[in-house]
Design a protein around this ligand. Structure first.
Ligand SMILES: Nc1ncnc2c1ncn2[C@@H]1O[C@H](COP(=O)(O)OP(=O)(O)O)[C@@H](O)[C@H]1O
Ligand SMILES: Nc1ncnc2c1ncn2[C@H]1C[C@H](O)[C@@H](COP(=O)(O)OP(=O)(O)O)O1
Ligand SMILES: [Mg+2]
Length: 210
C-alpha cells in the first residue's frame, strides 16, 4: 500500500488572483529543460521552478520526508503527486509575493494526473513546451552531465530507469496536451541557441513581453 501523504493546507487565493501565464516544460531526462529555462528567464523574466530542484532542496532541508524522496529519485521512479504539487504551490506563492510575471514549471507534469490536478486546483497552462530528443542523445548528455552534476541519479542504471519512467508515464502527457491543442513539440537535438530560437518564436506568439 502506498504511504499516506500528509497534505498541507495551502491558501492559493493570491496565486489564482494574479492569473499570470503558466508554461509547462516537458521532456526526457537530459532533454535540455533546465538549459532552455535559464535562457527563457533571461529573456522574458518568467519565474523558473524545476520540480526536481524543489525535491532536491526538500531533501537538503533535512525534513522527515527527505530520505524517502532520495530513495525514490535514485530508483528513477516518480515521487508521489501530492508531494510535488505541494512543493510547486508553495514555491509559486512565494514568487507571486515577489511580483512574479509568470511561470516555467520545469519537469512537471510527469504523468497526466499531475497536469490534471495542477490545472483543476490552480490554473490552466497556457502552453506545454516539449523538448523532443532521441534516447541515445539523452543518455550521452546525462553521462556527460554526471561528470559535474553530483546528482545521485546521473548514473547509467538510474538513467535507464528514468528513461523507462519517461516512456511509460510522461509520454502520455505529451499526447494529452497535443490533443488539447496546447503542445509545442520542439526538436531539441540541435545546438542550445538553435533550439532557443524555436522556443522564442513560439513564446513570442503568446506573450507581449520581450
Ligand atoms: N542542445 C544541447 N546540446 C547539447 N547538450 C545540451 C543541450 N542542451 C542541454 N545540454 C546538456 O545536456 C545536459 C542536460 O541538460 P539539462 O538542461 O540539465 O536537461 P534536463 O533539465 O532536461 O535534464 C547538460 O549537461 C546540458 O549542458
Ligand atoms: N513532477 C514530478 N513528479 C514526480 N517526480 C518528480 C517530478 N519532478 C522530478 N521528480 C523526481 C523524479 C525524477 O527522476 C527526479 C529528477 O527530476 P529532474 O531534476 O526534473 O530531472 P531532469 O532535469 O534530469 O529531467 O526527481
Ligand atoms: Mg533539469
Amino acid at each position: 500500500m502506498a504511504p499516506t501523504v500528509e497534505r498541507k493546507n495551502i491558501n492559493l487565493a493570491p496565486l489564482k488572483a494574479a492569473n499570470v501565464p503558466i508554461f509547462f516544460i516537458v521532456g526526457g531526462p537530459g532533454s535540455g529543460k533546465g538549459t532552455q529555462c535559464d535562457k527563457i528567464v533571461a529573456k522574458y523574466g518568467l519565474t523558473h521552478l524545476s520540480s526536481g530542484d524543489l525535491l532536491r532542496d526538500e531533501v537538503k532541508s533535512g525534513s522527515p520526508r527527505g530520505a524517502q524522496l532520495t530513495a525514490i529519485m535514485e530508483s528513477g521512479a516518480l515521487v508521489p503527486l501530492e508531494v510535488v504539487l505541494d512543493l510547486v504551490k508553495e514555491a509559486m506563492l512565494k514568487a507571486i509575493e515577489k511580483g512574479s510575471k509568470g511561470f516555467l514549471i520545469d519537469g512537471y507534469p510527469r504523468e497526466v494526473a499531475q497536469g490534471q490536478q495542477f490545472e483543476s486546483e490552480i490554473q490552466e497552462a497556457k502552453l506545454v513546451l516539449f523538448f523532443d530528443v532521441a534516447e541515445e542523445t539523452l543518455v550521452k548528455r546525462l553521462l556527460h552531465r554526471a561528470q559535474t552534476s553530483g546528482r545521485a541519479d546521473d548514473n547509467i542504471d538510474t538513467i535507464k530507469k528514468r528513461l523507462h519512467t519517461f516512456v511509460t508515464s510522461t509520454a502520455p502527457v505529451v499526447d494529452y496536451y497535443d490533443s488539447k491543442g496546447k503542445l509545442v513539440r520542439i526538436n531539441a537535438e540541435g545546438s542550445v541557441d538553435d533550439i532557443f530560437a524555436v522556443v522564442v518564436a513560439n513564446l513570442d506568439k503568446v506573450t507581449s513581453k520581450i
